[in-house]
Design a protein around this ligand. Structure first.
Ligand SMILES: [Zn+2]
Length: 295
């Protein structure tokens, strides 16, 4: 999370919603939702292997992308400037050029804590989700991006989206962002989420019986999803921050000990299923059948 102003912490909580998202099963029941999961031990081992140096964090995510099968032209880095590590990008080609973009920032804020919550928890999920979704062909091309420089003002995500062509931007059906998971059950920044992406999340949460609640962060912070909103690209950010746990971010308490592993693993399960569902749900509707009466 990138804080707007540190001294605005308290204003945020007037916007606390905490409402459970509810939905119907109808759309979910007919969807193709196939994915696999890394074990809790594997995800936990990656979480524990954090570095507090941003260049090493980026390099670890790149290595784990490669370990999960992303290589050659599909694995790349995007240089920003000399002061910041690059963005790291892994492409999982699909059957079409339509894209679901999966993002999380790899950097931590300077000086405070280990940056495990904010946002090693999100970054580590990128290669795990690549593993989860790569076992079978996908309609969408999935692009996983570990953004650099989020804590400097969404630098990496702005650079990434600004350097796409307008045609590339029109192919992005959704941008799903993870920032600061594992402090508790999954939360969603609903007030800054695309309605269709939010409805799909509600469907998956209900079907999987994994919890998601609304927790808006409008007046306090921002996240890489907002770089995409500037181009009207549908976006959603998942996190885990509540009124109680917010002060952990950007503090000496942002450490591995702050993570609730059961909640974190539930977030991983939820987002793996969510992305598999979105791949199906965001397909264009089938073309209408030819009208026989015309013959
Ligand atoms: Zn942050």
């Amino acid at each position: 999370m990138h804080f707007r102003r540190m001294n605005h912490r308290r204003r945020f909580f007037g916007h606390f919603a905490g409402a459970l998202i509810v939905c119907t099963f109808a759309a979910y029941a007919s969807a193709q939702v196939h994915f696999r999961l890394q074990t809790r031990e594997a995800v936990g081992a990656h979480l524990k292997s954090f570095s507090t140096r941003n260049s090493e964090r980026e390099a670890l995510i790149r290595k784990w992308f490669a370990d999960s099968g992303c290589k050659d032209a599909n694995l790349s880095e995007q240089a920003l400037d000399r002061r910041l590590p690059p963005n790291v990008i892994c492409v999982l080609p699909g059957e079409t050029q339509e894209v679901i973009l999966v993002g999380a920032h790899t950097d931590k804020v300077d000086n405070f804590g280990d940056g495990v919550v904010d946002n090693w928890t999100g970054a580590v999920l990128l290669p795990s989700l690549l593993y989860s979704l790569s076992a079978q062909p996908r309609h969408h091309t999935l692009i996983f991006v570990g953004f650099s420089g989020e804590e400097k003002g969404l630098v990496g995500s702005r650079y990434y989206v600004d350097h796409l062509t307008s045609e590339q931007r029109t192919h992005i059906d959704g941008m799903v962002n993870f920032d600061s998971l594992g402090l508790g059950p999954t939360e969603v920044w609903a007030s800054h989420a695309d309605k269709a992406l939010l409805d799909a999340l509600a469907s998956v949460a209900a079907a999987s019986k994994l919890p998601v609640t609304t927790m808006n962060v409008d007046n306090l912070g921002t996240a890489d999803s907002e770089s995409f909103a500037r181009y009207q690209i549908p976006r959603i950010t998942l996190h885990s921050v509540t009124q109680k746990t917010w002060p952990i971010l950007h503090s000496p308490f942002d450490k591995l000990a702050a993570i609730k592993m059961n909640d974190y693993y539930d977030s991983y399960r939820l987002v793996a299923e969510y992305l598999a569902y979105l791949d199906d749900a965001l397909k264009p509707p089938p073309a209408p059948k030819p009208d026989k009466a015309a013959h």
